[in-house]
Design a protein. Structure first.
Length: 724
């Protein structure tokens, strides 16, 4: 046995050819490998073919790069466990793995593997666990996997698989854990209808139809997640049979009907999310009786009536009901109206129905129709000029915005973009501070930009996106058309101003506008999380098309928010035609950040956003803009970083960051360790930026993989006390 896991080893693993009696090798949780595409990282694997009794190899959580060598198929016939998770291994899964006929556990999650799952995997009849999540695998889920009748865990999440869920999975009686989430699967919901399934995650796909009633067969189910699909219909009553459920997530679908009484059987439930559907009726009181319920999200439905006050409903931080306009009551912290006949909208509706019935009976249909026509005409005549994006948003007129900005004074000007100017404003009615983008309608494309951003704003809500409060479409005091968008004000401005501050000579605050290592890591994760949401978690994916530092805004806590969706495109199911807005190559981003394929007229894509993110990430840590004067001829930011790695990773880094590694513990060993970790993490960040900004779109890292890798880096930096 050679057990080296859980240390701080780095560099290349030497040949182990002389250790012929090896049965177990553990290298996990180190810093081994170069983190790049160097095929030499994995050359030591071939030396292990000499160990004819080799049984297990654990090399997860390292920096191994390159492709898995085909010699892996020559491992011992007794070989049972291969774990290579959390590395930077690329290329296809070699078909020679199909020779390892006694393999029981295959773990390859969170790498850069691409291509299809080859049918040879179906030869491994003894497989018990297959975990390939967090890669760039594509194609359909192969039919050969039906041969794996002993399979307990199948995890293919966060890849690019398409097609339907294979029907053969219905017959599998051994599966306990099935995770196909965050892919491009379509068609009906399919799962093993008998057996001992404990965990089922089909979220963030394009599945449609109803949730089958056979879901009730899964009596051992602990977690069920079907969120982020296009499922409709009502919650099947058979779900009551799954009385061991602790987590039920059904958000972001088209489910409708009342919340059924059958859910009252889920006595063990700890998390219930039914948000962003079409549920209606009153919130059942039995939800307040759930003893273990710690999180309840019923937001953005059509629920009405009194909010219960028992159980989880006492905890405002654990219960979410926004977007249900007809709710009332509840504990005071919810700030809902009292449930009285005056302000209870649901009761008001019933009262209106009763009055209407009486009027029809007494006065006759013609008179009532006349009355209704007059009421409708009066309502229209009283509507404000300003139009909000939805009923919950503000109604702000041109005059209000004029007054809030002191006549759009230059002293309140905080930014100028392609299609307009952004002003800081103070609403006198409630003293809220807002940001107002006034469109320059003489600029070609400005009107389309306004319409696009309005449309996109209807579909998105995420903590790392700038929130649009309302839109104003009006006539100014000169009789000209006026259009503006109103946002939450991000008090710390744009990332651009922090990366490239340009203070006046006597600006005493100029020296304070420096981003720390922790802030850059956090902001890079914020932006990746927002892109992951736009690309993979919205019902219709959204392409931003213009990601750059000036469109990343920072709030008071230095949390990053993506803004400016004027060039965005909603794909698949959007009812708004944004294709026309993308007809010109000049409208597909900003020079230096726009993907190279856009210059050739290619359609906008997720991969285009990922390219922009990669350049942004490289800029954040080098401190160099992609349009800097130093980049001439064939040199660009991507090539500049690529040529510097691995030896010069520190040399190309923004000098501000090089002072981040200071510690109270200044012993020689401590400093050496911290410097090693700092350099390794920097290099890994650069590798991620390079993987996102390669020229070929198909070779770019997916954004969810980016977010996962950055979280790991932040975890390592915190552990080394390099982040506070």
């Amino acid at each position: 046995m050679l057990q080296l896991g859980g240390n701080e080893l780095f560099g290349k693993v030497p040949s182990l050819a002389n250790l012929r009696n090896l049965e177990l090798v553990t290298l996990f949780d180190n810093y081994l490998g170069s983190g790049g595409s160097n095929v030499g990282d994995l050359s030591f694997l071939c030396s292990l073919t000499n160990a004819t009794n080799m049984v297990e190899l654990h090399m997860e959580d390292n920096r191994f790069g390159g492709m898995l060598p085909v010699c892996i198929g020559n491992f011992s016939t007794n070989f049972t466990i291969l774990q290579v998770d959390h590395n930077l291994i690329s290329g296809v899964i070699p078909r020679e793995i199909g020779n390892l006929v006694n393999l029981q556990r295959l773990h390859m999650k969170d790498n850069l593997l691409s291509g299809p799952i080859l049918s040879d995997l179906g030869n491994l009849l003894n497989l018990v666990e297959v975990i390939l999540s967090g890669n760039n695998l594509s194609g359909i889920i192969p039919s050969s996997l039906q041969n794996l009748q002993n399979l307990l865990i199948l995890n293919l999440a966060s890849n690019n698989f398409e097609g339907s869920i294979p029907t053969y999975l219905r017959k599998n009686q051994c599966l306990m854990d099935l995770d196909l989430s965050n892919n491009n699967l379509s068609g009906p919901v399919i799962f093993p209808i008998a057996g001992s399934l404990i965990y089922l995650n089909l979220s963030r796909n394009h599945l449609s139809g109803v949730l089958p009633t056979k879901i009730g067969n899964l009596k051992h189910l602990d977690k069920l997640d079907v969120s982020g699909n296009i499922l409709d219909g009502e919650i099947p009553s058979s779900l009551s049979n799954c009385d061991g459920l602790t987590v039920l997530r059904m958000q972001d679908n088209l489910f409708h009907g009342p919340i059924p009484q059958s859910i009252s059987s889920l006595k063990s439930i700890e998390e219930l999310d039914l948000s962003s559907n079409n549920f209606h009726g009153e919130i059942p009181k039995f939800l307040g009786a759930f003893q273990f319920l710690e999180k309840l999200n019923l937001s953005f439905n059509h629920l009405e009536g009194p909010l219960p006050i028992e159980g989880v409903f006492r905890n405002v931080s654990a219960t979410f009901v926004v977007g249900n306009e007809n709710l009332c009551g509840g504990v005071p912290e919810f700030k809902l109206p009292y449930c009285t006949s005056r302000n209870s909208k649901s009761r008001g509706v019933h009262k209106l129905k009763l009055i209407t019935t009486i009027v029809f009976g007494l006065l006759g249909i013609p008179l009532v129709l006349t009355f209704l026509y007059l009421c409708r005409w009066k309502k229209k005549s009283n509507e404000p000029i300003s139009s909000s994006l939805n009923d919950s948003m503000l109604n702000l007129s041109y005059g209000t915005l004029l007054k809030a900005t002191e006549g759009f004074s230059s002293t309140n000007l905080i930014g100028v973009g392609s299609f307009g100017s952004v002003y800081k404003g103070l609403l006198q009615a409630n003293e809220n501070v807002i940001a107002i983008k006034v469109l320059n309608l003489t600029q070609h494309g400005a009107l389309k930009s306004f319409k696009t951003e309005c449309e996109v704003s209807k579909h998105i809500k995420h903590r790392n996106l700038v929130k649009v409060l309302t839109a104003c479409s009006s006539i100014d005091y000169n009789g000209d058309e006026f259009k503006a968008l109103v946002y939450e004000l991000m008090v710390n401005g744009s990332l651009e101003k922090w990366l490239h501050p340009n203070p006046a000579p006597n600006d005493a605050n100029g020296h304070s506008r420096k981003l720390s290592l922790a802030q850059r890591i956090n902001i890079s994760i914020d932006v990746a999380s927002a892109l992951d949401y736009l690309h993979n978690q919205c019902q219709s994916p959204i392409i931003h098309c213009d990601l750059k530092p000036s469109n990343v805004l920072l709030d008071a806590d230095m949390v990053g928010h993506i803004g400016d969706f004027g060039l965005a495109k909603i794909v698949l199911e959007s009812t708004f035609d944004t294709t026309a807005n993308m007809s010109s190559a000049s409208l597909r981003g900003t020079v230096g950040y726009a993907a190279p394929e856009y210059a050739n007229g290619s359609e906008v894509s997720k991969e285009g956003d990922v390219y922009s993110y990669g350049i942004l990430l490289l800029e954040m840590f080098t401190g160099l803009s992609p349009t800097s004067d130093i980049f001439r001829d064939n040199l660009n930011l991507h090539n500049y970083v690529a040529e510097a790695l691995p030896q010069q990773a520190v040399g190309i880094t923004d000098p501000i960051l090089l002072h981040q590694g200071e510690s109270h513990d200044n012993s020689h060993d401590s400093l050496f360790k911290r410097n090693c970790i700092f350099q390794i993490c920097l290099e890994t960040i650069y590798r991620i930026g390079l993987a996102c900004s390669v020229e070929e779109p198909g070779g770019r890292m997916s954004i969810d993989k980016v977010a996962a890798q950055l979280h790991l880096i932040r975890k390592k930096l915190f552990a080394a006390r390099l982040l506070e």
